[in-house]
Design a binder for this molecule. Structure first.
Ligand code: ARG
Length: 379
C-alpha cells in the first residue's frame, strides 16, 4: 500500500497547499502554479513539489505537530532534499549522514532528509525503525530482557533477517531495517561514527555513573510520513534536540521501558515499600538531574522542561500575532514530571490538526514492532 492520495482528493489537497504556500511564503497569484499541478496530476497521477514548496511544507508540518512542545524554532528546520533516492542502500548511507549533520559535534541541528515520495505504482522506501537510533532488546521474558523493551519486536525481526546481534549490553545499537519500493527489508549496521551517545553521571552521587547508563544525542523519528499537499513522503527522518524528561522521566523510567526508578531509589536509600514515601517522585527528579547534567557536561544540546515550556508559550504568542492558531495536544505538551510547575499546564489548547503534517500510519507502527505490517503492494 502507498499513502499518497489519488484523483480528485489529491487535486484538492494539492490546491489547498499551493494556496497556503502562496499566502504565507511566496506572495503572488497561485493560479498558474495550480493549473500546472493539475495538469501534472492528470498526466502522471502525482506532482512534484518545487524545492521551495518542499522546504516550506516540511517546516509547516513541524509547526502543525500538535504533540511537539519544541515548535518555536520551526522555521530553522534544515532540509536535505534526497527525493531522487529510493533504494535501501542509499537510504541507509544518507540516514547515517543525516545523523552526522544533525549531531554537529553536539550542537544539535533540527534537520530532515526527504527521500522519494509514494507515487502511483512506485511506493517510496520505508525505514522500519521508529527512530534512526534505537537500542536493541534481547529476550522476551520481561524480567530477563536486556535492552529497551520497546524495540524487542524489531530486534527479533532484524535477527531473523540475519543480523548477528550486538555485544549484548542494554544499549546495543539496532541496525536500520529498510525496505525499497519492491524488495524485501534489509538491515544495515549504523556506522559507529554517526552515533553520538552521552554517558550518564549524576552531579553529586558518584555511584550513579557505575550504573553504566547512556542515551543517544539525537532523537530522529524515522517512520512518520511527511504529508504535503496530498503527497506522502514515507521515508523522511527528522530530528530536533531532546528535552531531558523524554529520557529521564520516560525512556529510562517507564515500567515498560528501562524501569530504573526502583534501582535509583534503592541507591538513594529511600523506602520503596511505601508509595507515600514518594520514592518514585524523588528518584525521577534525580534521574532527570543526571540527564541534564550529563548532556551539559558532554556539550550536547538538551532542553529542560521549564525552559521549553516557556518557549512554547512564546511560540503561541508569536503565531497569534501572525493571525494563526496553534493546534496542540495538552496530554503530550505537558511534561511528564512537574507538570503544574510549568506554564503550559495551566491552559487549554485548540486541537485542530492542520496540514501539511507528520503522520503515523498504523502499518508503519506495526513495522516498528517488527510485525511487518502489510507487504508494500505496487498500487
Ligand atoms: N520521545 C522520543 C524519545 O525519547 C523522541 C521524540 C522526539 N523528541 C524530540 N525532542 N524531538 O526518543
Amino acid at each position: 500500500m502507498q499513502n499518497s492520495l489519488f484523483g480528485s482528493e489529491l487535486r484538492q489537497e494539492a490546491e489547498d497547499f499551493i494556496r497556503l504556500f502562496h499566502r504565507e511564503e511566496a506572495p503572488g497569484d497561485p493560479t498558474a502554479r495550480i493549473a500546472a499541478v493539475r495538469a501534472e496530476i492528470d498526466e502522471t497521477g502525482t506532482y512534484r513539489h518545487t524545492r521551495a514548496e518542499l522546504d516550506y511544507g516540511a517546516r509547516v508540518a513541524w509547526r502543525n505537530s500538535n504533540r511537539c512542545i519544541g515548535r518555536l524554532y520551526w522555521r530553522s528546520l534544515r532540509i536535505r532534499d534526497r527525493r531522487h533516492i529510493d533504494d535501501a542502500d542509499s537510504v541507509a548511507r544518507e540516514s547515517a549522514q543525516h545523523l552526522r549533520e544533525a549531531t554537529n559535534g553536539g550542537r544539535i541541528r533540527p534537520l530532515i532528509t526527504v527521500f522519494a515520495p509514494d507515487a502511483p505504482y512506485r511506493p517510496g522506501p520505508r525505514i522500519w525503525n521508529e527512530q534512526l537510533v534505537r537500542y536493541a532488546c534481547y529476550g522476551s521474558a520481561r524480567d530477563a530482557a536486556v535492552g529497551d523493551p520497546r524495540n524487542a519486536g524489531l530486534t527479533d525481526f532484524a535477527l531473523g533477517l540475519g543480523w548477528s546481534g550486538g555485544p549484548g549490553t542494554p544499549f546495543d545499537l539496532l541496525p536500520l531495517v529498510i525496505e525499497d519500493g519492491d524488495r524485501k527489508p534489509r538491515y544495515y549496521e549504523l556506522p559507529r561514527d554517526a552515533v553520538l551517545e552521552v554517558e550518564l553521571h549524576h552531579p553529586e552521587e558518584s555511584w550513579y555513573a557505575d550504573l553504566g547508563l547512556r542515551w543517544h544525542a539525537v532523537p530522529a523519528i524515522a517512520n512518520m510520513c511527511l504529508e504535503i499537499g496530498g503527497v506522502c513522503y514515507p521515508a523522511a527522518p527528522f530530528n530536533g534536540w531532546y528535552m531531558g524528561t523524554e529520557i529521564g522521566a520516560r525512556n529510562l523510567a517507564d515500567t515498560d521501558r528501562y524501569d530504573l526508578l526502583p534501582v535509583i531509589a534503592e541507591r538513594l536509600g529511600l523506602d520503596t515499600s511505601d508509595d507515600r514515601s514518594l520514592w518514585k517522585d524523588r528518584a525521577l527528579v534525580e534521574m532527570n538531574r543526571a540527564v541534564l547534567h550529563s548532556f551539559d557536561r558532554a556539550g550536547v544540546t538538551v532542553a529542560d522542561h521549564h525552559t521549553e515550556s516557556r518557549r512554547f508559550l512564546t511560540h503561541l504568542d508569536r503565531e497569534a500575532s501572525r493571525g494563526r492558531t496553534v493546534g496542540a495536544d495538552w496530554s503530550w505538551i505537558v511534561p511528564p514530571i512537574s507538570g503544574s510547575a510549568t506554564p503550559v499546564f495551566h491552559r487549554t489548547y485548540d486541537t485542530t490538526q492542520w496540514r501539511p503534517a507528520y503522520v503515523h500510519h498504523p502499518e508503519a507502527q506495526a513495522r516498528a514492532r517488527g510485525e511487518g505490517g502489510e507487504r508494500t503492494e505496487l498500487v
